[in-house]
Design a protein around this ligand. Structure first.
Ligand code: FE2
Ligand code: FE2
Length: 384
């Protein structure tokens, strides 16, 4: 990932994502978390800690963002009602009634006769929905910790004082996000999942890269862009009031974080040459594929003790999944466009996003300014 391809026109999929066919199930399933009982994990990385002696706050958009971040802090202990009773079985049934009038819990539009799922009754489907929810919330929690360490890294490595100031507020935000997902999993749900191997590989890729802007591209643009869309989706789908409010508040913060990435990289990319930009395009694409792979939820099928490979073949056919996965890119693609990454060079990233089936989002709102509209914390305070 960190190496530069000497001949950009001959880049092949295998060198980027380790497989020729993007839907190669054997390759996707071969990446597993083999150390699920470990309680810590270290990434060896060598980065330059950078001081700046220029204390002038000269980047107006970042100054404005920093001021906003200071006034939109919230307290997970007191701004959320943790006494809310969550009966997860009732919640998943209510969610299904609201969102899936067709009655399908998974594999929308797929004929399941003759498969291992044909004999599943309500009991198994309900358990699957609960496990799927546990898995999703666990991955959100792990991803939030990734954001926490990446943002601390940015404080250290970014050369601009305005960015160091802003990033320090994001460190606090991300700690709060890890806190709320962890508390929700502990107090309201039953059953954590370890980090998904594709997500961990992505965090490794981001953290192993010593270039300060790559932390931003991987975390602020790709991971947080996807998280913002995924939280929005879950916020719409859930009928559980504590989770709904929690997601509204987390999303208010995330919109600022993505804006931080867009505003900073837009300036920095203007200094880079074509070769360096190509590196960023490839990094964005590789991150996109890793994120897509992780949403296949292979660990949930393992826990349900079914044949995982057959399950994954059906996952690939699920009509709802295609829509859901492409929606996850609804923030990433316009932000990459705003940064000039889509069309730089020969438009390599545009071609790749077209192949992934997500190019249709290119003209959706980018997140450079959207954070002001998404500030639900300020709206609640104005109403109080
Ligand atoms: Fe976060
Ligand atoms: Fe964030």
């Amino acid at each position: 990932m960190t190496t530069t391809n000497p001949n950009p026109d001959t880049v092949d999929y295998t060198s980027l994502i380790g497989r020729e066919n993007i839907n190669d199930l054997e390759a996707i399933l071969s990446i597993t978390n083999s150390d699920v009982h470990a309680t810590s994990y270290s990434v060896g990385a060598k980065v330059d800690t950078t001081f700046t002696w220029d204390y002038e706050q000269s980047r107006e958009p970042l100054v404005k963002l920093y001021e906003k971040a200071k006034t939109s802090q919230w307290n997970a202990s007191t701004d959320l009602d943790w006494s809310t009773d969550v009966d997860i079985e009732k919640v998943v049934l209510a969610n299904m009634a609201q969102n899936r009038p067709d009655g399908a819990v998974a594999f929308g539009g797929v004929d399941l006769s003759g498969t291992q799922f044909a004999k599943w009754g309500d009991k198994e489907w309900t358990r699957f929905a609960i496990e799927s929810n546990n898995w999703t919330m666990s991955q959100f929690m792990h991803g939030e910790q990734g954001a926490l360490v990446c943002t601390a890294r940015i404080v250290e490595t970014v050369p601009w004082i305005d960015a160091k100031y802003y990033a320090s507020t994001q460190v606090v935000d991300e700690a709060r996000h890890v806190e709320v997902f962890s508390r929700y999993l502990n107090e309201k749900l039953d059953g954590h999942y370890p980090i998904n191997a594709h997500l961990r590989l992505l965090l490794d890729d981001i953290l192993m890269d010593s270039r300060w802007d790559m932390t931003y591209l991987g975390m602020q643009i790709m991971v947080e862009g996807l998280a913002l869309a995924a939280f929005g989706f879950m916020h719409q789908m859930t009928t559980e009031p504590l989770l709904k409010k929690m997601l509204r508040y987390v999303m208010s913060d995330e919109a600022r974080h993505v804006a931080f990435g867009v505003l900073s990289l837009k300036e920095y990319y203007q200094e880079l040459d074509a070769h360096e930009i190509r590196d960023r395009q490839e990094f964005a694409f590789e991150a996109a594929v890793r994120m897509r792979d992780r949403f296949m939820q292979q660990e949930v099928f393992e826990r349900m003790e079914v044949n995982v490979k057959e399950a994954m073949q059906l996952v690939l056919l699920d009509e709802n999944r295609v829509v859901f996965q492409s929606m996850l890119f609804s923030k990433i693609v316009p932000n990459c466009k705003k940064l000039g990454l889509l069309d730089a060079g020969d438009g390599w990233l545009r071609k790749k996003f077209t192949e992934l089936g997500v190019i249709q989002f290119e003209d959706w709102a980018d997140t450079g300014e959207e954070y002001l509209e998404l500030d639900e914390v300020a709206k609640d305070r104005a109403e109080a």
